[in-house]
Design a binder for this molecule. Structure first.
Ligand SMILES: [Zn+2]
Ligand SMILES: [Zn+2]
Length: 128
């Protein structure tokens, strides 16, 4: 499994993509982050990348309800295309009723983004 962190371009704030680059002698591999929108690149050490990866995993764990991550694979759940994922703008989500947290009475609707791409599933969940 590749260790990848998410960094943002200092020039245009788009996501930087990690890639490997050989130095001038062709002997050392360096990990660099490059922007696909502008020409911005920055170098990262393996150790740095490792740290970024772990920080990112922790951040995702806080924001993504891991319980809901596999819900988009459940064919029995309702789907809605009248939504827009707050994280990735994908326009389809599965939805289901869930009880309100904190002892409040009543039901609310939970949505889980169904986006799956080559960089993984979004799985973002939100309530309305
Ligand atoms: Zn850029
Ligand atoms: Zn999404």
């Amino acid at each position: 499994m590749a260790l990848r962190g998410i960094r943002f371009c200092k020039d245009c704030a788009n996501i930087l993509y990690a890639k490997e680059q050989y130095d001038n002698e062709g002997s050392n591999r360096n990990l660099i982050y490059s922007c696909r929108i502008c020409e911005y690149t920055e170098k990262a050490t393996k150790a740095e990348d490792y740290l970024v990866y772990h920080r990112q995993v922790r951040r995702l764990a806080e924001h993504v309800a891991t319980d809901y991550k596999d819900y988009p694979l459940d064919p029995t759940l309702s789907r809605s295309i009248n939504v827009s994922c707050p994280r990735c703008d994908h326009r389809e989500a599965v939805l289901f009723h869930s009880e309100k947290e904190g002892g409040e009475s009543g039901m609310r609707m939970t949505y889980v983004c169904t986006y799956r791409g080559e960089d993984g599933a979004c799985g973002y969940s939100w309530q309305s």
